[in-house]
Every structure is written in C-alpha cells, then in structure tokens.
Design a protein around this ligand. Structure first.
Ligand code: ADP
Ligand code: MG
Length: 593
C-alpha cells in the first residue's frame, strides 16, 4: 500500500514501502471528522453555516483548515436560514451545522422553513449517544433528534458507522435537491467523529452524487392539453412563483412570456425574473387581473394563502373583488400539487426548465397573442395605479413615512440592479414589495411561504457570501429584532450588507398604550431607539436618518464602500396598519376594521 499521505487524510509518517528494513506498516487511517469533510468536498460543497460547540467544534475547525468556508453565527436559527436561502440561490443544498439538542432545535425551525419553501438544505447536527438516549439515561444534551426531525422535514437520516458517512451524505443531497426540493436532517452522533477506518477503504466509501436533481420531462399529452387550454383563453395570465426563480431557466421563461404576449404577475421572490418595468408586467394591476383572467398559467407557484387559495376570499384591499372560476395550467415538479385548492384543468408535471422549453416549442409563428381589449384594459389600470403611486412617492412628509423612505430604496435598487434585496416585516414588507421594482432574477429574498419574521440577518449573510454582491436589507424594527445580533457576524466577516431599519417604534406601529397604564403595550418598543448604535458596537457604520436625503446619502455610501452599515430610518410612528396587507387574517384587526 502507498504510504504517500493523501491530501486531507491522516497518514502517519512511515519509512518508504519496500525499503529493506521497513518495520511493520502502521495502518493509514481516517476518522469520522475527516470523512465528513471529504464527503462534502467531493460533492462540491464549499460553505457551511453553523455554530460550534460539543460535539462538532473540531469539525468546524477542520472544515476551515481544509479550505471550506465555515461561517460561524451567533444563533443556529440564523445559520439555518442562511443555509436555506443559499440552497435557493445555488440549487445545491445549503448546509447548516449545529450542536445537539438546543442547537439542533434552533436549527430545526429553519429546516422546516426550507421544506415549506421548497429550498434544498441539509441540517447536520451532532447528537448524544444512541445507547444512552434510547434508554433515557440522561446523556449530555440528551434528545432523540432523528425522531423529532422526521415529521418536520423532507427526509432524515442517521449515520452510526464511519463507513456509512458517504452514503449518508449522498442520500441527504439527493433527498434535498431531487423532485420538490426541501430540508433534510442528517444526525451524526458524537462517537462517529472519533471512529477510524482504514484510509483507502474510507475514501472508497465516499459517494460523488451523479445527477442529483434529474430533469423530469413533462408528458407530451400534458403539454398539448396545456397549450390547447392556453389557446382558448381570451384573458390569459402567467403567474410566476419562486419555483420558477429557483429553476434558473430565466431565458426560456422570458421567451415564453414575450412570445405568447401574455401579461404576467410575479410572486414576491419571482420578482425580477423579468424586470418589473417590463411592458407585460401586470403587478400594478394585480387586483384587476387576478379576478378577471380566464386562464392562469401557474409556473412554480402554489395556490396557497398567498394567492387566496385561488378563491380570492382573503386578499384584502379596497379594490378587492372576489375571484375564482379561473381555469389553470399548473407547471410544477410535484404531481400532488394540482387540485390542492381548486381544480387544475391542465397540470404539467416536470421540472420547470423542461416544461417551459416544451411549451415554447408549441408557441410557434402561428401563435395568436391575447386580444387587444385584455391588454388595453390592463394597461389602463396599470397606468392609473402607477400615476397614483408616483404621486404618493413624491410627497415628502416629516417625519418620513414608509413611502418617502422606500422611494429612496427604489432609486438605489434601480441604480444597483445586481444588489441583493432582503425584506421582512409587516408594513416594511408589504410596502417594499409593491414599491421597489426588481430588475434581475433571484435578487429579492424575503419571508416566503410562511410570511415569517426572523430570516433577515441569516439571509443577508448568505446572500453576501454566496453572490458576493452588495446586500440591502429592508427590515421592520420588529423583524430585525429576531436576528439582530448577527450584525456582529456581518461585521466579523466584513460583509457588504446595508441594513435599513424602518423604525416606527413598534410592531405594526408605535402608538398603542396599555389601557391600565402599567406597562408598555405589547406591540410597542423603546421609543426613538437607535439601532444604528448596535452596528457601531462591532465596528460597522451606523447612521441615524431622519429625512429621505439622509437615507439616500447613507445608502449610496454603504453600497460604494461595501462596509457593513446599519441605517436607522426614523419613520412616523403612526404610519403602518395592523398586520400590513394581511389584516383579514388577524381576527382582532379584522374586527376593528
Ligand atoms: P410562491 O410562494 O412564489 O408562489 P411556492 O413556494 O408557493 O412559490 O411554489 C413553488 C412551487 O415550485 C412548488 O410547488 C414547488 O414544487 C415548485 N418547484 C420548485 N422547484 C421546481 C422545479 N425545479 N421545477 C418545477 N417545479 C418546481
Ligand atoms: Mg415597526
């Protein structure tokens, strides 16, 4: 056997083989730590998000020493959110590494988030010893993590023997990215890391996954059915969801929209697949086109609460009109998605790239673009709404409100279309989504399917690390609080992140009072808080902005300098509505209305 040390393998120094006085060869070995690292490397994984501690501290050190990027967070949930969005942006599983029990549980929220949002992610957690856990004998951080993870993610595996590490990671990768992507849990008990095996056998046990997310071609008759339905439409609409953004077939999606001439709407993380300023963009006439369309082509979008379950019952707003009765083409990789809420006349099951390519083939030179009346009617609504919005944005009230602040953000994003935009909050979310146009695919990352808060700083870190582009985060003051400590992480890795906190002194707004006069109201925070000082504490740039001009200057400087920056944008505390745009889902706010 060769005694030349393999890179990355533990090779004890020995005399060259075959030398006359060679003593008995000590066996060249590899341990569990190294096998995990080699397995990740073999599969092209170059970044791990996590938090060190027992039993994975040495793994984090060794990962770094072996050239992987180990991004170390302050709380596992944020590392998990980072991994989830890295999966969305790269189509390879984002890896989150945590300690056992509490660390694992903290990461689990993000793993479930990844699964719900169809993002590929693997949560790897160290765990206590099976023999002790299974007898409930009270081990350090004892918890049956595998059993807990199982119902909350797409798949879960545990590796007990070093020779199975390769298989474990391969299974995790395939489960995360194939079919409908999702979160996978990989349980690695502490004892595994110290196990050793013969080095060559260890290396041979690793698996390089081939074709992890195989293309899934749609059936020809399903394509024909979809095209027939589309041809019959008088008021067709294309609805692009984050599945379409994930699929990374941007040129074909653009071609499909432009060749068919069909107006389109983007779900929030699909914004920018075509520029929001595209003439076929119908976003500014959303409340008109949704009830009015007769055939809707859903591409990587689910008819869940974000689309009023296809029934138009929950989406509030003045111009709201109930909708329903549309006919649908639904392009999705999951064969079970169709009919989840309303009947789907033409399900098209396959990966979006393959499905869109097939649809495109059917849209030849003889294709009839949608009737002029439909296009004109949309244009009329759009122009009216855009003019109304321009008027609102032009106002310069003191103190700032969401509109006057976001008018600045809108210009900055327009001038920096490659920058990533992270967005969370209630009003800060809703207003940003509708006011800030996006120009390129996968630039907007936000609260996703659950509409949760807490993703902010994890997303910022991952977006900066993965894309190397400047990151702009528009955060509600409440939303920021869930992950705010990660500004230290942002400073430590010197990431080009500019956080803008829409500070209106509270959740929704800052004006509530405790009727008994004893405590602050549950929705109210310290008034006039200076979040910018938090950033300064770690060596970043903090700015307190009270006017649009100050906000603009600070954002421009942040993008230019790429220095970690936090801008405390002081917003009128009476601005904002309870629950933002989803008032109808909040029983108390709906009652007040
Ligand atoms: P949005 O919230 O933007 O409407 P959803 O998360 O509801 O988007 O829907 C995304 C859909 O895209 C899911 O149903 C998922 O199965 C599907 N999907 C994800 N990736 C692909 C892909 N590569 N090909 C086809 N469908 C996909
Ligand atoms: Mg607020």
């Amino acid at each position: 056997m060769a005694t030349v040390p393999q890179p990355g393998f533990n090779a004890p120094a020995t005399a060259p083989a075959g030398s006359p006085a060679a003593p008995a060869q000590p066996q060249e070995t590899i341990d569990g730590f190294q096998l995990v690292i080699e397995a990740l490397k073999l599969n092209g994984i170059d970044t791990v998000f996590g938090l060190p501690g027992i039993p994975i501290t040495d793994l984090t050190r060794k990962l770094q020493a072996e050239g992987l990027r180990m991004i170390s967070f302050r709380h596992e949930q944020n590392a998990g959110y980072a991994a989830s969005i890295a999966g969305f942006l790269t189509k390879t599983p984002g890896i989150c590494l945590t300690v056992s029990a509490p660390g694992f549980l903290n990461g689990l929220t993000a793993l479930t988030h990844a699964t719900v949002n169809c993002f590929p992610m693997i949560l790897i957690s160290g765990s206590s010893e099976r023999e002790i856990v299974d007898l409930s004998q009270g081990d350090y951080e004892e918890m049956d993590q595998l059993a807990i993870a199982k119902p909350l993610c797409k798949a879960a595996f545990r590796v007990l023997n070093a020779e199975d590490i390769g298989v474990g990671l391969a299974r995790a990768i395939r489960a995360a990215v194939s079919g409908r992507p999702g979160g996978v849990y990989l349980d690695l008990p502490a004892k595994l890391f110290a196990q050793t095996m013969e080095a060559a056998a260890g290396k041979a046990s690793l698996i390089k996954v081939v074709d992890a997310a195989p293309r899934q071609l749609p059936a020809p008759d399903a394509v024909a059915r979809a095209l027939d339905l589309l041809k019959s439409a008088k008021k067709p609409l294309i609805l692009l969801g984050k599945g379409a953004a994930y699929a990374q077939c941007d040129a074909d999606i653009k071609a499909l929209v432009e060749k068919t001439g069909i107006p389109y709407l983007c779900m929030s993380m699909a914004k920018g697949l075509l520029p929001d300023t595209h003439e076929q963009a119908a976003g500014a006439a959303r409340s008109y086109v949704l009830p009015e369309a007769d055939v809707v082509v859903l591409i990587g979008a689910r008819l869940n609460w974000l689309l009023s379950h296809g029934k138009g019952k929950t989406w509030g707003g003045k111009d709201h009109k109930a909708w329903g009765g549309q006919q649908y083409v639904q392009v999705d990789i999951s064969p079970q998605e169709a009919d989840s809420n309303v009947p789907i006349a033409a399900p098209l099951v396959g990966d979006i790239g393959s499905c869109v390519a097939e649809l495109l083939k059917g849209v030849g030179s003889g294709w009839n673009k949608p009737p002029k009346e439909w296009i004109d009617a949309i244009a009329e609504r759009k122009n009216k709404n855009v003019a109304k919005m321009a008027e609102t944005l032009a106002k310069d009230p003191s103190p700032m409100n969401f509109h006057s602040a976001l008018n600045v953000v809108r210009d900055i994003v327009k001038a920096n279309p490659d920058a990533m935009l992270v967005n969370e909050g209630a009003n800060a979310l809703d207003f940003t989504r509708s006011i800030v146009d996006m120009y390129k695919p996968r630039k907007r990352i936000d609260v996703g399917t659950w509409g949760i808060m807490g993703v902010g700083m994890g997303y910022c870190v991952a977006a900066a690390v993965v894309t190397k582009q400047p990151v702009i985060a528009i955060e509600g003051d409440s939303a920021f609080g869930f992950s705010g400590m990660e500004v230290e992480t942002i400073c430590r890795y010197n990431l080009p992140v500019c956080i803008v906190i829409m500070n209106n002194n509270g959740v929704y707004k800052g004006t509530d009072v405790d009727p008994t006069g004893r405590d602050p109201a549950p929705t109210v925070f310290v008034k006039g808080a200076r979040y910018d000082k938090v950033m300064e504490a770690f060596g970043g740039v903090g700015v307190n902005a009270t006017t649009p001009a100050e906000l603009r200057k600070a954002m421009e400087e942040a993008i230019q300098s790429r220095k970690p920056t936090l801008i405390n944008a002081v917003i009128d505390e009476t601005a904002g509505t309870e629950s933002g745009r989803i008032t109808s889902l909040n029983p108390s706010a709906a009652k007040k209305k």
